[in-house]
Design a protein around this ligand. Structure first.
Ligand code: PRP
Length: 179
């Protein structure tokens, strides 16, 4: 049997696959309660959100449109520049749509803050945000997601879409990475 850490000594499971799946189902219920049974345009932020987005849209049920935004953040250094660049825009207008921005993690908050303004300018009927993970200890901008799956400590996490050097995105759980 594969060990829980997939045989990788650098990682330690933080949130199991079962807990993630249960929470995604709860989030979907909370979101539907708030937005109702009508169409939702889900906007996944690439790449990190692709697995969460795939599970969430299936849990939401009902009419759902899927859009993606390619985003490149230049705040990985020691000082934050706050610059977020759009590398792939939406394929369709969202004016008049009830939109849900889907993020894997809110860390400094710079990406979410930027994207809320970027998408708000497109005149959606409403814009809500959901993040699977919230790391409040690392904020540089005061921003919160309308719906959040798990609050996590200020540690480097991988899995379920989140990467280290493009690896680990395919883990079915969230793990803490230690070098
Ligand atoms: C991650 C994540 C969010 C952003 C959050 O993306 O997917 O989009 O960082 O961080 P912030 O709150 O500090 O702005 P990343 O830049 O790692 O790219 P990726 O999703 O392609 O891995």
């Amino acid at each position: 049997m594969t060990p829980p850490n997939h045989g990788d000594a650098h990682i330690r499971v933080l949130i199991s696959e079962e807990r993630i799946q249960a929470r995604v189902a709860e989030l979907a219920r909370e979101i539907r309660e708030q937005i109702g049974d009508g169409p939702i345009t889900c906007i996944g932020v690439l790449k990190g959100s692709f697995i969460f987005m795939a599970d969430l849209v299936r849990a939401l049920g009902g009419p759902v449109r899927c859009e993606f935004l390619g985003v490149s953040s230049y705040h990985g250094g020691t000082r934050s520049t706050g610059v977020v660049r759009i590398t792939e825009d939406l394929r369709h207008p969202i004016e008049g749509h009830h939109c849900l921005l889907v993020e894997d993690i809110v860390d400094t908050g710079l990406t979410l803050d930027y994207l809320k303004h970027f998408l708000g300018a497109r005149k959606p009927a409403s814009l809500q945000t959901v993040a699977l993970l919230d790391k409040p200890g690392h904020r540089e901008v005061e921003v919160i997601a309308d719906f959040a799956g798990f609050t996590i400590p200020d540690e480097f996490v991988v899995g379920y879409g989140l990467d280290l050097g493009e690896l680990y995105r395919n883990l079915p759980f969230i793990a803490v990475y230690s070098p």
